[in-house]
Design a protein around this ligand. Structure first.
Ligand code: G16
Length: 532
């Protein structure tokens, strides 16, 4: 079946450096005639999937998800894909989708989500593509699909009289394709019960412990209700924004103060809660709050590793650990004590998946609210939250006490991320060019105490590939200071430059002094490299 095709070459297409393994664009762009059809057919043409494939398909429920799923099903049927497993109403969190691929031994997945980006008619849409390990496709596949999009001239799509009903559990065949609609929550929640001691967490909830969760009207609401309300018997009123909504109820489903001010206010001086947690649109990110306290993801990662042997049913010590390069080195301190190898990767979960698959690491994480382990091949918001509830249940300490005990033992990595909207690609290139061509004798850099600026490069030990141009790392004469710079790969509209500043101090209390110092380093850096 032939059809008219958009001229892909004129579209601003895949950003090869994107943190996501797929595509993230505005809804408007995705709705252009044949845009999605061409992209799905390109995935199939790349041979990531074949007619003998079983694919898991889901979404975070954002605007255009149902239409996108309908188009995908029709294209898969026309291409004789053997089986498609779908979450009821098209819903599957990113971790649940990864779990289903791994444990059904499926050939991969297509996940419609733009993660933490805004939804609705004027918001963003996206596709995350997973391979048979349950993880985001690696660069080799990103490039193969990209090449297919440049040469595609037709796509196959069946013409059906009726809409395919995906709103209830069912199993049926259309032409050669078997379609199974499953409960999106049950299997994944059962799986989590095998990882954590749910009776231990339940006893915490039965004590005086007060917990609340904000699903940001994203996909995690149904999962959170099952775990926290049905199993731990928490009153539903403590699960906030718990219905997946097409436009996230007007919220930006990126869990942070700006997007959840009222929720953050619950953790002021008079807080009645011991812990609060939030996740993003597709459920792979997590944020943890306590009275007057927000846990940084870098610290969270280090502390999870610190307690791993007490929480996880580990048959052997951890294989190793990994963090992306802008993530603070708090992890390294714990790893050093435990004699664990640390892999420092570029940003993007796909780099961890290779290491996890090959038994090189067991736990990994990123500064951007993403933590996970070898239980699946995506970061997992609820996994991190359950991990923290387990630590609290075991230590009988508060979130803040646990973190402060960690700082007392290991010292504290103060870390902050600053985002800059750069107006044009030309300007962005220019900034990186001056960072590349700086002279070590430059007086301004000397005054700042900059010792060297390096390109962050990574050799993937499994793919045997060197990844270049992943960002810059700036080292100072003061060994406690480190700065990293990279372009965001998830922002659909702007050229977003992220600058990460990190400062290590043995004294965890001198917060305002150190943050001032970090701000001043940043402001000098920004001036020298003409970032504003
Ligand atoms: C995606 C990747 C993450 C990565 C993040 C970076 O997250 O899956 O591994 O850390 O992008 O975002 P940025 O490039 O904007 O800094 P998600 O949750 O958006 O899929």
């Amino acid at each position: 079946m032939k059809s008219e095709v958009n001229n892909f070459k004129t579209l601003p297409f895949l950003n090869q450096k994107a943190g996501t393994s797929g595509l993230r664009r505005s809804v408007r762009e995705f709705k252009k005639k044949n845009f999605l059809e061409n992209y799905i057919q390109s995935i199939i043409n790349s041979k990531l999937f074949s007619s003998s494939s079983e694919i898991i398909v889901g979404s975070d429920g954002r605007y255009f998800s149902k239409e996108a799923i309908e188009i995908t099903l029709k294209i898969c049927i026309a291409n004789n894909i053997k089986k498609i497993i779908l979450g009821e109403k098209g819903i599957l969190s990113t971790p649940a989708l990864s779990y289903l691929i791994k444990f059904n031994k499926s050939d991969g997945g297509i996940n419609f989500s733009a993660s933490h980006n805004p939804g609705g008619k004027d918001g963003d849409f996206g596709i995350k593509i997973n391979s048979s390990n349950g993880g985001p496709i690696v660069q080799r596949w990103i490039e193969k699909i990209f090449k297919e999009t440049l040469k595609i001239s037709s796509f196959k799509k069946v013409d059906l009289k009726k809409k395919i009903n995906i709103n209830q559990k069912n199993i049926f065949k259309i032409n050669n394709t078997l379609i199974e609609i499953i409960d999106p929550v049950d299997d994944y929640v059962n799986f989590l019960q095998n990882i954590f001691d749910f009776s231990l967490i339940k006893s915490l909830f039965k004590s005086n412990f007060k917990f609340t969760f904000n699903a940001m009207n994203g996909v995690t609401g149904p999962y959170a209700k099952k775990i926290f309300c049905d199993i731990f018997e928490l009153d539903e009123k403590h699960i906030i924004n718990s219905f997946p909504k097409q436009d996230f109820g007007g919220l930006i489903p990126d869990p942070c103060f700006e997007n959840a001010k009222d929720f953050y206010k619950l953790f002021n001086d008079n807080s009645r809660y011991d812990m609060g947690a939030l996740s993003d649109g597709d459920g792979d990110r997590n944020i943890i709050l306590a009275k007057n306290f927000e846990l940084s993801s870098s610290d969270s990662l280090a502390i999870i590793v610190q307690y791993s042997h007490k929480i996880l049913n580990l048959k052997q010590p951890l294989n190793g650990v990994a963090r992306s390069f802008p993530t603070s080195k708090a992890l390294d301190k714990v790893a050093q004590k435990r004699n664990l190898k640390v892999f420092e990767t570029p940003t993007g979960w796909k780099f961890f998946s290779n290491l996890l698959d090959n038994g090189l690491v067991t736990i990994c994480g990123e500064e951007s609210a993403g933590l996970g382990s070898d239980h699946i091949r995506e970061k997992d918001g609820l996994w991190a939250i359950l991990f923290w509830l387990s630590i609290i249940a075991i230590t009988k300490n508060s979130v803040k006490q646990i973190v402060e005990n960690h700082w007392i033992e290991y010292g504290r990595f103060f870390s902050k991320r600053y985002d800059y909207n750069i107006l044009t690609k030309k300007k962005l290139r220019h900034i990186f060019k001056i960072m590349k061509n700086y002279s070590i004798n430059n007086q301004e850099l000397k005054v700042m105490g900059i010792k060297k600026i390096i390109d962050f490069e990574y050799f993937d030990p499994i793919e045997k590939v060197y990844y270049k141009d992943q960002g810059k790392v700036i080292f100072f004469n003061d060994k406690n200071l480190r700065l990293s710079v990279r372009q965001s790969g998830t922002n659909s509209k702007k050229y977003l430059l992220r600058i990460y500043v990190e400062y290590y101090s043995k004294n965890f209390n001198n917060e305002s002094f150190i943050y001032k110092k970090m701000d001043s380093v940043l402001s000098d850096f920004v001036k020298i490299f003409m970032i504003t």
